[in-house]
Design a binder for this molecule. Structure first.
Ligand code: ATR
Length: 288
């Protein structure tokens, strides 16, 4: 029940109609008994500033920000968390004195999901496929958690160089190197943890993977796909067929939302039982 004391949050996006966040966040509120409501807010690119200032004026506790506003929102914030600054994108706003503070819970969500799946990063040789927004969060997590090496494979080598240089500079060690996607056969023969962060293989293009060569997948002991629709991507099928362990992006999606809910409601914890129930509800809404 919404009352005079209900904390209000929402997700700013365009389009917003397919967002699973309202379902997920209102479910957490109901299950934890927090007086909280979360709404879909369709905001056009040219209205981002007005939307952020307006939400603050209307006493919104916070906001999620998604495509295409994750960078555009940054100039209108009072403060930006260190991780979000490093990743260069914000997906969660939290109300503070005088404005919102921006966070990036995508990286935290990926890390929590990988920990949950008992996937180790420290000391690992890693492959990261893709160099877009999702790759940036993944690269940051891998470097920060102590990966031994990260080879960035991308179609456009220029995009990959920019990301690799940024990460190496930030962490003060040459952890990241770049290869063109088509040059994957030049990878040293090792056993890798691989993260797939491109949109290749996403519904409705579910019968594609960024590399269509079963030999490549023999080098991968664990494959993480950031795509969550379909639940089992072609990339994951290749990794499994070669004997590797797989994880998809669904748990990351769940945990980025949980991390945001916890930022808006300090002290409230979402139990593993609630996480599981939320996952079931959300899965039933996915097409593909
Ligand atoms: P996101 O924010 O979801 O990561 P993005 O910033 O547009 O989206 O990044 C998309 C990533 O997927 C990029 O690495 C892109 O490769 P390029 O840098 O070469 O453009 C990659 N990508 C998209 N379509 C691809 C395709 N058909 N084959 C290979 N890589 C693709």
């Amino acid at each position: 029940m919404i009352s005079g004391t209900t904390k209000i949050c929402g997700v700013m996006a365009d389009p917003v109609e397919h967002s699973l966040s309202p379902l997920m966040q209102n479910f957490y509120a109901e299950k934890t008994g927090v007086d909280f409501a979360y709404m879909p807010l369709k905001v056009a690119v040219e209205d981002v500033e007005a939307a952020v200032l307006g939400a603050y004026a209307l006493n919104f506790v916070g906001m999620n920000v998604t495509v295409p506003h994750k960078q555009q929102v940054m100039p209108y914030l009072k403060e930006i968390d260190e991780d979000a600054k490093a990743i260069g994108a914000v997906n969660t706003l939290v109300r503070m004195e005088g404005g919102y503070k921006g966070y990036n819970t995508d990286a935290a969500g990926l890390l929590r999901a990988m920990r949950e799946a008992k996937i180790q990063i420290a000391g690992e040789d890693c492959i990261l496929i893709g160099a877009g927004g999702a790759a940036k969060a993944a690269a940051y997590v891998l470097a920060k958690e102590g990966a031994q090496t990260v080879t960035l494979l991308n179609r456009n080598v220029g995009h990959a160089m920019v990301l690799a240089e940024e990460i190496n500079h930030r962490f003060g060690r040459p952890v990241m190197t770049v290869l063109a996607l088509s040059e994957y056969a030049l990878l040293p023969k090792k056993s890798y943890l691989a993260i797939q962060s491109t949109s290749v293989g996403m519904y409705p293009h579910s019968d594609h993977a960024p590399i269509e060569d079963p030999d490549f997948y023999r080098m991968i002991h664990t494959g993480v796909d950031i795509v969550y629709n379909p639940m089992e991507t072609k990339f994951m099928q290749y990794v499994s067929a070669a004997g590797g362990t797989v994880m998809n992006g669904f748990t990351m999606l769940l945990y980025q939302g949980i991390t945001a809910f916890e930022l808006w409601n300090p002290g409230v914890k979402i139990s593993p039982q609630i996480v599981e129930e939320a996952g079931m509800q959300m899965r039933s809404r996915l097409k593909g």
